[in-house]
Ligand binder design. Structure first.
Ligand code: GDP
Length: 195
């Protein structure tokens, strides 16, 4: 998909604030700093899509971006903030759980991990959570340009093993620097939206 038009539509915490629309939605989840905004910007050919700040301590919201008037990307705030209080974390968990388990037009979740490292506890927990609810996952392993191509397979195997990766999910090796994986990511998103 060549994207000409992407706009942030709404920031929501509760279902009443989700956009009133039947368009398909693709959620994007990952711990902070994994490369989620870079991934979104690469897919929509933008250098910088205006993003609501998701710094620790700030209100955590689901951000809905309308893409070419045909689907929404739903940016799920990054997990794994050390500084966030238990209460904040519980609120965050509830908001995400509600969205992921109740939103009918949610077609798939793009779950981002760092290709360089084994998945963190939070990465594993998130993936298992998505699988528990039967959500299709597009696993995106970011920052591929930071390790030699010859090591990609080995890193992919470690990530798949640690996550107990479901073979019916898609695994994409990605780099926002080289654009590796961009076409595959769009193809997977378009296939999920068409389901
Ligand atoms: P977010 O917090 O998950 O939205 O992460 P960002 O997209 O802001 O990226 C965090 C940092 O990683 C930034 O310094 C990015 O420039 C860098 N980064 C993100 N993706 C890549 C990538 O594919 N390759 C490299 N080399 N750096 C990346």
């Amino acid at each position: 998909m060549k994207v000409h038009n992407a706009e942030i539509v709404i920031s929501a915490v509760s279902p009443a604030q989700y956009p009133e629309s039947q368009l398909p939605e693709i959620a994007l989840a990952g711990r902070s700093n994994v490369g989620k905004s870079s991934f979104i910007n690469t897919l929509i050919d933008r250098r910088k899509l205006a993003r609501i700040s998701s710094k620790p301590g700030k209100t955590q919201t689901l951000n809905f971006y309308l893409i070419e008037n045909s689907l929404y990307f739903v940016d799920v705030p990054g997990y794994g903030y050390a500084k966030v209080s238990k209460t904040e974390r519980a609120k965050w968990g509830k908001m995400i759980e509600t969205y992921l388990t109740q939103r009918e037009q949610l077609k798939a979740v793009v779950s981002l991990v760092d290709l360089r490292h084994p998945p963190t506890k939070d990465d594993i927990q998130m993936y298992q959570f998505l699988k528990y609810y039967g959500l299709p996952v597009i696993l995106v392993a970011t920052k591929a340009d930071k390790i030699p191509r010859g090591k990609w397979n080995k890193h992919e195997a470690v990530i798949k093993r640690e996550l107990d990766f479901d073979p019916s999910d898609t695994f994409i090796i990605f780099s926002s620097v080289t654009k590796e994986g961009k076409e595959k990511a769009w193809a997977s998103i378009e296939a999920a939206v068409a389901e």
